[in-house]
Design a protein around this ligand. Sequence first.
Ligand code: PHE
Length: 451
Amino acid sequence: MSALESNTRGAWNSKLGFILAAAGSAVGLGNIWRFPTEVASNGGAAFLIIYLLCCFLVGFPVMMAELSIGRRTRKNPVGAFRALSDNKLYPLIGMWGVLCGVMILSFYLVVAGWTVSYIFEELFFFMGMPEWSTYIADTGNGVINAVFAVLFMGATISIVVGGVSEGIERATKLLMPLLILILVGMIIYSLTQPGSGVGLSEYLNPDFSQITPGLVFAAMGQAFFSLSLGMGALITYGSYLDRKENIPEAAAYVTFADVGIAFLAGLLIMPAMYMAQAKGVPIFDESGNLIAGVALIFQVLPELFHSMGGMLGLFFGVMFFALLSMAALTSTISLLEVPVSYAIDEHKITRKKASFVVGGSILIISLIISFNTSLIGTIDLIFSQVGLPLGGILICLFLGYVWKTENALEEMDSGYPGIGNSLLAKVWRFLIMIFCPLVILYNLLSTLFFD
Ligand code: PHE
C-alpha cells in the first residue's frame, strides 16, 4: 500500500495489532455469554464438537474469503462488492452485512450495558448482585438499561473516532491480554472449588443423542456470530491489512484465539454452575433443564459471587463483569467500524462525523430495545442466527462464481507465495464453492422450514 493510501484510509501498525483487533472483534459476549449458554442447553460436548466443525470447516474458509475481498478492494463491504463487479445487485450483499451489523450492535449494546451495570452495582449501589439482577430483569427498569447502553456506546465511539491504529489497535492491544489473564485466573480458582467436577464432566462428556438439526443450526449461527463473519466485519478489518501479511495464517490465529477463548469460557462457566448448585443456588428450571440464556450469566453467576461472600465475592464479581465488558467493547468497536467505514467511504464524511452520526442513530434503536428487552431474541434470530449464515452463503457464492477463487488466491499470494498450487488452496476452493454454501443452506432451510 502506498503511504498516501495508508494515510487516508488507515492501516494496522503491526501484524500483532491486526490479529489482536480481529481476535478482539471475534472474542466477545458471543464467547463468554452465548457459547456456554448454548453448550448448557444443547448436550454439553455434543454441541462443542459440532461447533468446532462449523468453525474450522465453514468459519475459517469464509474468514479467508472476507479478508481477501477486503484487502484487494481496500473498501467497506458495500464498496468492496461494487469494486469487484459491474453488476449493481452484488453491493446488496454488503448492504445486508451493514444492516446486520447495525441491528446486532443495537441489542449487543444493551447486553454489554448490563455487564457494566453489575460492576457499578458492586462498587457503588450495594444492592447485592442477585437483587440487582431481579431489578434490571424487570422491564420497568428500561431507564437503567438505557443509561448503560448510552455509556457503552460512548466508550465505543470514543475509540472508533481515534481511527484504525490509534483507536482500535491501541485499545485492543491493552484489553485482550488483560481479558486472558482474568479468564485464566478465574478458571484456576473455580476448578479448585467443590462441585466444579460435575460441571466439568457435563461439559466434556458428549451426549450424542442430542444432535438434531436444531443443534446444528444453533452451532452454525454461533460460529458465524462468534467469529464475526457474514456481515463484512472482516472485509472491513482486512481492508486495513498490509499486502505482505499472510491471510490464511492470520485467519487461523483469529479462529484459534476465538475458539480457544470460547472453550476456556466453558471451562469457567459450566463448573461455576455446579459450584453455585453446591452452594444452594438453583440451576435447573421448572422443566428440569439447566438454566440458560441471559439468566445464566446475569442471575446464576451473581448468586454464586454473592454466596462466596465478602471481599472474595466482590473481587470475583467485579473481575468477571470487567472481563465481559472488555470482551464486549472490542466487539462493539468492530460492529460500529463497519457502518462507519461505509459512511466514510461512500458518503465522503469525516471519521469523526461518521462515528457520531452512525453511533448516535444506532443508539436510538438500542434505547427502544432497552425498554422492550423481549425484542432481543427476535433481532438476534433474524440478524445473527439467520442473517450471518445467509451473508456467509452470499459471500461464498460471490467469491466462488463472480470474483473467482483464482483472483482471491492471487491476492493471498503476496503474503503466502505459491499458495495457488498448495493443497490448502484446493481444499479451500472446494469449501468455498461447494461445501460451505450447501451445508449452510441445507442447515438454514431444514431448521427454518422443516424442524
Ligand atoms: N464476535 C462477536 C462476539 O462473539 C460479535 C460480533 C458479531 C462482532 C459480528 C462483530 C461482528 O461477541
